[in-house]
Design a protein around this ligand. Sequence first.
Ligand SMILES: Nc1ncnc2c1ncn2[C@@H]1O[C@H](COP(=O)(O)OP(=O)(O)OP(=O)(O)O)[C@@H](O)[C@H]1O
Ligand SMILES: [Mg+2]
Ligand SMILES: [Zn+2]
Length: 232
Amino acid sequence: MGYAPNPLCSVCHGAGFVNPLTLDGRVDYSKYVICPAPDCLADSKQHYRETGEYLELKGVSSRLQTFSAFKVRQGTEKAVRAFHDLTRGNTDKAFLLCYGGNGCGKTHLCQALTSELDKRGIDAHYYSVPALMRTLRESISTNNTDEWVKSLTLMGGLILDDYGLGRESDWTEGCLEEIIDARWQEKRITVLTTNRDLAELSPRIRSRFSDAEMSVIVHISANDYRPVKREG
Ligand SMILES: Nc1ncnc2c1ncn2[C@@H]1O[C@H](COP(=O)(O)OP(=O)(O)OP(=O)(O)O)[C@@H](O)[C@H]1O
Ligand SMILES: [Mg+2]
Ligand SMILES: [Zn+2]
């Protein structure tokens, strides 16, 4: 599906792009912008960003895991604030490390953040680390590891959930360290969650998330939400 201009648009006549006006009201023929007319390309693109199809491409599997569906329970307050700040671009710290036990809400907050960033036009992607590591290992045989590493390094937001669940090889751990280091140098939005103790993280990764100028570390002390879900 995707998005498309309106072929009957009276502003761009279906081209989807128009020349913008300069500040003094003249047409600037040297530039093109996405057509802002109602029902045309800008509208269509915004609508598409809110569809399940688009979010799935970004790794968001549950559209129900939004910020508004997240109850600010005791022990989640600091994390909620940190995720909100990143969502709204309300912070100059691009790195966030969130840790806590099973069911405390880490994945929920990551999914909510990813879709909100994408709505803001930041190319963000959610990955479960074990699945991403599998993809990286498989990329060796298809010869596109470099492309993967490059795209993971450059994307606007990289949301990495479930770090430290599986035993990673030195090679995959090294890949992840390389990606995180490059993103840290460029101050790109990078989130990592784990239910491990911070002492168990790779020292190179822990060190970058411990950079107080660049990163926030939050612990969620709330207990498992799964058993209490039904009580609403
Ligand atoms: N504060 C909350 N408000 C509403 N729903 C919540 C809250 N916390 C967790 N949930 C829900 O409970 C379930 C478990 O949460 P989630 O998957 O985010 O936990 P997790 O921290 O990622 O756990 P794990 O470490 O086992 O992966 C999800 O369905 C999530 O939507
Ligand atoms: Mg989870
Ligand atoms: Zn148009």
